[in-house]
Design a protein around this ligand. Structure first.
Ligand code: DX5
Ligand code: ZN
Length: 228
């Protein structure tokens, strides 16, 4: 964790896939804390992206932790493979498995950090019985499947709710937000309680991705400082 407990996680879905290594190096220079890796299977979401071999190559190309966001059906089948490939954090969707508790335990058994993601239509209460098993709660602020979509405002209230539960019951999970995160909402998201900002378009499509990463951290960190 970095100062003020804010992490910036550029999402490589927005990268040029023929030069992933270089794209990552640039955001690393901008102070990225985590690399967010979107895995899509064409079933859980209507798009297909990348899988285990790419995670393996990325883990050899960067020292930053890989935040592997599994938008796939039956995630428990692949958890071990992704962790062996180098996933430091594995985020699975509450909607993708009827055995969420078991799948989260499996992630920790293989010594990775466990995260659960919820789609925009899923209330935070769906996670209330596993909050003590989570290193990260991922609030989706777009319907998963594509980069470059518009932020769905209802995510803000979910972040506030999670932040309140975290304080009240002394949980230690991070709150991550993913989808439509940009310079215009980074401060408000951090103020609501988000710790990890996953951002694709705003970082990697910027003319200067390192500067954009730095700028997003500045906005989020200053917002948190004002809160305390
Ligand atoms: C969407 C992915 C996001 C996506 C975010 O399904 O989970 O991580 O890359 O992209 P932007 O930041 O462009 O909304
Ligand atoms: Zn994602």
């Amino acid at each position: 964790m970095t100062y003020a407990n804010i992490e910036i996680a550029p999402s490589i879905l927005a990268a040029n896939f023929s030069r992933l290594g270089e794209e990552i190096r640039v955001v690393e220079q901008g102070g990225a804390d985590v690399i967010h890796v979107d895995v899509m299977d064409g079933h859980f979401v209507p798009n297909i992206s990348i899988g285990i071999p790419v995670v393996k190559s990325l883990s050899q190309a960067t020292r930053l932790p890989l935040d592997v966001h599994l938008m796939i059906e039956q995630p428990e089948k692949y958890i071990e493979d992704f962790i062996r490939a180098g996933a430091g954090r594995v985020l699975i969707h509450q909607e993708s498995t009827v055995h969420l508790d078991r799948a989260l335990s499996m992630i920790r058994e293989f010594r990775a950090q466990a995260g659960a993601a919820i789609n925009p239509a899923t209330p935070v209460a769906m996670l209330s019985d596993v909050l003590d098993k989570l290193d990260t709660v991922l609030v989706m602020s777009v319907n998963p499947g594509f980069g470059g979509q518009k932020f769905i405002p209802g995510a803000m209230e979910k972040i506030r709710q999670l932040n309140e539960w975290r304080a009240r019951y002394n949980y230690s999970f991070r709150i991550e937000v993913d989808g439509g995160v940009g310079m215009e909402n980074a401060a408000a998201l951090a103020q609501a309680g988000a710790n990890t900002l996953a951002a694709g378009t705003t970082t990697l499509h910027a003319p200067d991705p390192a500067a954009a990463t730095r700028q997003m951290r500045k906005l989020a960190t200053e917002a948190v400082r004002q809160r305390v």
